[in-house]
Write a protein that binds this ligand. Structure first.
Ligand code: C2E
Ligand code: MG
Ligand code: MG
Ligand code: MG
Length: 283
């Protein structure tokens, strides 16, 4: 039964054992119980500079695929992993896989940061951070780490220390779903972070007068603190028009691309670089 498998899992010190033997994926698979026929894989969603068309990064997004090709989204399996206390194992598998993929792309001349999502559970665990920092050292800072506002508040001092350890490796830290958590701006500004990812809900509200003012307020906040900005969930040209008024903002949304399989990324990058060529040529 599930309960038995979870107990067995706990007794094995999943984080250190699993990673040392590179078996985290197998352990995760077992932990999924009735979902055990599923394989984890990563898709990657491009982040694009809307002015130049350059791909500025990609975000790794986990999926689970059955042997007959059925795909589950994170909403369908993350809660179960969270309840089982094994999200941190997933975090490390994702980190390992994203590092490997980033190196593979870099070998072929495609260099851009690959963002990974680290759960609140993972971010507050010293063992996870030890393993994560080792992994990130190996892939030469090609990976960026996304954390949510709410994961800052769980154990603020531990988390601050963990963020500092990550940033010491020249790994960027991004605040995911910015504006939807419970942290006050003053509080957030005291954390050593590089980029805010403006949540999709603010993009959806752009068509209202108030919504566009809030959006501009967020951009001013980021500019004042010299933070980079990635706007999430841009689906339409009208939404993109708001973003184009601002410098140094990247866009991640369906208007540019949904998440893609790793092998599709180089072609996407090439296409967008070509689109940017006329501006470069005339400069
Ligand atoms: P997130 O980190 O905020 O990721 C962005 C989500 O927004 C992704 O959903 C993406 O597919 C979706 N999205 C991107 N552009 C658009 C758009 O234009 N319109 C709409 N409607 N949606 C868009 P996804 O892949 O289903 O992931 C959902 C959440 O699951 C993520 O939100 C993240 O919190 C979590 N997640 C995904 N992968 C991982 C992972 O590897 N580890 C952990 N710990 N969490 C993950
Ligand atoms: Mg994210
Ligand atoms: Mg996000
Ligand atoms: Mg989001």
């Amino acid at each position: 039964s599930r309960r038995f498998e979870e107990a067995q899992y706990q007794s094995q010190d999943p984080v250190t054992d699993g990673l040392r033997e590179r078996q985290s994926k197998i352990q995760l698979q077992r932990d999924l119980g009735e979902l055990g026929d599923y394989e984890f894989l990563l898709e990657y969603q491009p982040q694009v500079d809307p002015v130049t068309g350059q791909v500025t990064g990609v975000e790794a997004l986990v999926r689970a695929e059955s042997s007959d090709g059925r795909l589950l989204s994170p909403a369908q399996f993350l809660p179960q992993l969270e309840r089982g206390g094994v999200l941190k194992t997933l975090d490390l598998w994702v980190a390992e896989e994203a590092c490997r993929q980033a190196d593979e792309w870099a070998d072929r001349g495609y260099t851009f940061p690959v963002s990974i999502n680290i759960s609140a559970e993972g971010l507050s665990s010293p063992e996870v951070i030890d393993t994560l920092t080792n992994l990130l050292t190996e892939c030469h800072g090609r990976v960026a780490v996304e954390i949510t506002e709410d994961s800052l508040s769980a154990s603020p001092e531990t988390v601050r220390h963990h963020i500092e350890r990550i940033r010491e490796l020249d790994v960027q830290v991004h605040i995911d779903d910015f504006g939807t958590g419970f942290s006050a701006l003053g509080y957030l500004s005291q954390y050593p972070i590089d980029v805010i990812k403006v949540d999709r809900s603010f993009v959806n509200a752009l068509e209202t007068d108030k919504g566009s003012k809030v959006f501009n307020g967020i951009l001013s906040f980021a500019e004042a603190l010299e933070l980079g900005v990635i706007v999430e969930g841009v689906e339409t040209e009208q939404q993109l028009a708001y973003v184009l008024n601002t410098d140094r903002v990247s866009v991640q949304g369906w208007l540019y691309s949904r998440s893609l399989r790793a092998e599709q990324i180089p072609a996407f990058v090439d296409q967008h670089a070509e689109r940017a060529l006329p501006a470069t040529a005339s400069a």
